[in-house]
Design a protein around this ligand. Structure first.
Ligand SMILES: N[C@@H](CCC(=O)N[C@@H](CS)C(=O)NCC(=O)O)C(=O)O
Length: 209
């Protein structure tokens, strides 16, 4: 696989993966993209060609204008900045940029590790002072403050942070992660963001694929 210098985003995709979060974001920004399906069962993500793009052999992976971007949060932030006209990223000199970055990073560095440790029933990580996420309960409390006052992370304005953090919360709910489904705050938030046409299109496109 060569790294194509193209305006069309090459999107390596499998709908049963975090790539679905990127699919939603691609629909939000209205960017031109081409889906390149990757079958995990066939090991298509571990070929030398794919590993040359993403040495982790993982999805999601995109190529845009000759640059490879991996890591779900980074791809979503990249798309928000590359397609600014979609209005999903505060400007560089907007103080809300700090809030936006804060929760984007929180999702990848605190929420995901806490979630996976909890779901994989790993013993509580110790010591809490060194473990970046503290505890799963601390993370959930922080996510509650993130949505105060809401209805979105930036208040009245939906942004790419809602795509990433919201998709992570929704993903965690689908695995039955404790403390999320059944909490009226998180239930209403996920219902709100997944009611968006772009989200529904991404799901529909997956169903048809
Ligand atoms: N840190 C990566 C994690 C990517 C990841 O673990 N992707 C999974 C699918 S959700 C994958 O490609 N697994 C296939 C494998 O590792 O063989 C991100 O945030 O995008």
């Amino acid at each position: 696989m060569t790294v194509e210098d193209s305006e069309t985003i090459l999107f390596y995709h499998n709908p049963r993966s975090r790539a679905q979060m990127v699919h939603w974001m691609l629909e939000e920004v209205g960017a031109p993209y081409e889906i390149l399906p990757i079958e995990f069962g066939q090991g298509e993500h571990k070929t030398p060609e794919f590993l040359a793009l993403n040495p982790m052999g993982k999805l999601p992976t995109i190529v845009h204008r000759g640059t490879v971007v991996t890591e779900t949060g980074a791809i979503i932030a990249y798309l928000a900045d590359a397609f600014r006209e979609a209005g999903l990223a505060p400007a560089l000199d907007d103080p809300r940029r700090g809030t936006w970055l804060r929760w984007m990073f929180f999702a990848g560095t605190c929420f995901e590790p806490a979630l996976l440790d909890t779901m994989l029933k790993r013993p509580p990580a110790e010591p809490k002072t060194i473990v970046g996420y503290g505890s799963y309960e601390d993370v959930l409390k922080a996510l509650e403050t993130m949505l105060d006052p809401g209805p979105y992370i930036l208040g009245e304005e939906f942004s790419a942070a809602d795509v990433y953090v919201g998709a992570e919360i929704s993903w965690a709910m689908s695995f039955g992660a404790p403390g999320l489904k059944g909490n009226p705050l998180f239930d209403a938030y996920v219902a709100r963001i997944t009611d968006r046409p772009a989200y529904r299109r991404s799901i529909g496109a997956d169903a048809a694929a």
